[in-house]
Design a protein around this ligand. Structure first.
Ligand code: MV4
Length: 504
């Protein structure tokens, strides 16, 4: 058993800070690495030591495996935590770490490789008895073969890149006439993006839910799951909101899917934190989609309802400790929701909107957590992901969690850059989200409502109540001293007007 005394965090932004917070609590020293564009980044300030590893582009800094390992050796780091993105699912990097006597905090390079190949992953899951989306288990050899397969599987189908995942190199085929051109297009896209043109075919599941199970495995072969996360609120494969428990889930389905998730992880001798992604159709049929071999962005909602620090567990199992809890010890308490705050212009095709943060007021209070890295005067670089913060709330039940999220979003004020906060507030007010009756088509389906800038005529049916209410809100706003942070509210939905007015 090798004790970890110092960890190099091979990442930036909120996740680097998230990891170092746990290190601090565990008495583990921290080393940050940063690019030339990140000299003023909060993760550099938070770390015990910090080293510049290259120019702004990720390829020359956060993806520079050799340089990062060099810093790890120079600083006497025992382990490297890769966070998410960047080198987190890079088998070659994991291999290099162990060759240099450094613990890679994550699963073995073999498992990363096996799950990175989506065809290999499908085969493995079939062997483990986990339901997969009907389709092929070998890469498509010829265009004729593709035609044969659509006759077997039935249209519509999806053509997917074996090296893909997260929506890259994917094609939907509704018409048999499109199959050859779609296979070609998917192939060339995959070759350009991943240097591998293998593709496979799956039956298309329409309007699915995206539900994933968190799993944890140790080096002794124990695996537990930490229940599900509902991740269906996405826009172009970019998640916006996650919640747990999933409104779709029943105790029976949770038990069955959880068992399959554990079996999936056990089959590959999984060590560390991972995620089994499923598509769930409207009849509650579920299918394995992909396995993620990293800590995910949305892990805090699982932490909140289970009480488990996932980063701490990652570090403990990497040291060789046995998991200190069993499946029976775990339960979900209350309801957690995460909203991702992006520096983007939601009204202008969600364009990234980097720039200097003028003022920032982050929400606090009962049941609120923010994992972010922005501060007043910080200039968000253009080179990296535009997510600047994650807002996580917890409450005893879903309705209260939604109200708490609305309250926290109300308190969240950022000036200087445009953010997704207003858009997220609209999601919290939408009927489909509030009812819990939504799937992966939610944003598209509710586009008009979500992008509305002022109450529609329907919302204004009772003008007297609204007029009185706006006057009241203006009084509240006048009482705030910081006019820039709290401008007069003029965009209230029907729900908000009525509900809050009744409370007066
Ligand atoms: C699918 C699918 C329907 N049928 N596969 C998108 C991301 C990638 N991880 C897999 N994706 C999908 N695969 C079959 N056979 C629908 C999607 C999909 C989706 C999945 C999860 C969350 C949001 C999504 C949005 C559009 C499409």
């Amino acid at each position: 058993m090798s004790k970890i005394n110092k960890i190099l965090v091979a990442n930036r932004g909120e996740i680097a800070i998230r990891i170092m917070r746990t290190c601090r609590e565990m008495g583990i020293s921290t080393v940050a690495v940063f690019s030339e564009a990140d000299r003023t980044s909060m993760h550099v300030r938070y770390a015990v030591e910090a080293y510049c590893i290259g120019p702004a582009p990720s390829a020359e800094s956060y993806l520079n495996a050799d340089k990062i390992i060099e810093v790890a050796k120079m600083t006497g780091s025992d382990a490297i935590h890769p966070g998410y993105g960047f080198l987190s699912e890079n088998a070659e990097f994991a291999r290099k770490c162990s060759k240099n006597g450094i613990i890679f905090i994550g699963p073995s390079p073999e498992v990363i490789e096996q799950m990175g190949d989506k065809i290999e992953a499908r085969k493995t899951m079939i062997k483990a008895g986990v339901p997969v989306v009907p389709g092929t288990t070998e890469s498509i050899k010829s265009e004729d073969e593709a035609v044969k397969i659509i006759n077997e599987v039935g249209l519509p189908v999806m053509v997917k890149a074996a090296a893909g995942g997260g929506g890259k190199g994917m094609r939907l085929v509704r018409d048999a006439a499109e199959i050859i051109s779609s296979v070609r297009a998917a192939r060339s896209e995959a070759l350009a993006a991943f240097g591998d043109d293998s593709v496979y075919i799956e039956k298309y599941i329409s309007s699915p839910h995206h539900i994933e199970f968190q799993i944890l495995g140790d080096q002794q072969g124990n695996v537990v799951h930490l229940f599900e996360r509902e991740c269906s609120v996405q826009r172009r494969h970019q998640k916006m909101i996650e919640e747990t428990p999933s409104p779709l889930m029943t105790p029976e389905l949770r038990k069955v899917m959880g068992q399959h998730a554990v079996e999936a992880a056990q089959t590959v001798n999984y060590v560390g934190a991972g995620t089994i992604e499923f598509l769930v159709d409207n009849n509650l049929n579920f299918y394995f989609l992909e396995m993620n071999t990293r800590l995910q962005v949305e892990h805090p909602i699982t932490e909140r309802v289970t009480g488990i620090d996932l980063v701490k567990q990652q570090i403990l199992v990497a040291e060789g400790e046995e998991l200190s809890f069993k499946q029976e010890d775990l339960f979900q308490r209350g309801h957690a929701i995460e909203c991702r705050i992006y520096a983007e212009d939601s009204d202008n095709n969600f364009m990234p909107n980097p720039g200097k943060i003028h003022n920032i007021n982050q929400p606090l209070g009962l049941g609120v957590r923010t994992d972010g890295y922005a501060y007043e005067g910080y200039e968000i670089p253009i080179y990296y992901d535009s997510m600047i913060s994650k807002l996580i709330v917890w409450a005893q039940n879903r309705d209260e969690a939604i109200e708490r999220m609305k309250r926290a979003l109300y308190e969240y004020k950022i000036t200087g850059v445009k953010t997704s906060i207003k858009f997220l507030e609209r999601i919290m007010d939408s009927g489909d989200f509030r009812s819990g009756n939504y799937d992966t088509n939610f944003i598209e389906k509710n586009h008009e409502f979500l992008l509305a800038r002022s109450p529609s005529a329907d919302d204004c049916e009772d003008m007297v109540i609204i007029a009185t209410y706006i006057e009241f809100i203006d009084q509240i706003n006048r009482s705030y001293t910081n006019k820039e942070l709290y401008p007069a509210q003029n965009r209230w939905t029907k729900y908000t007007y009525k509900k809050n007015f009744e409370r007066l």
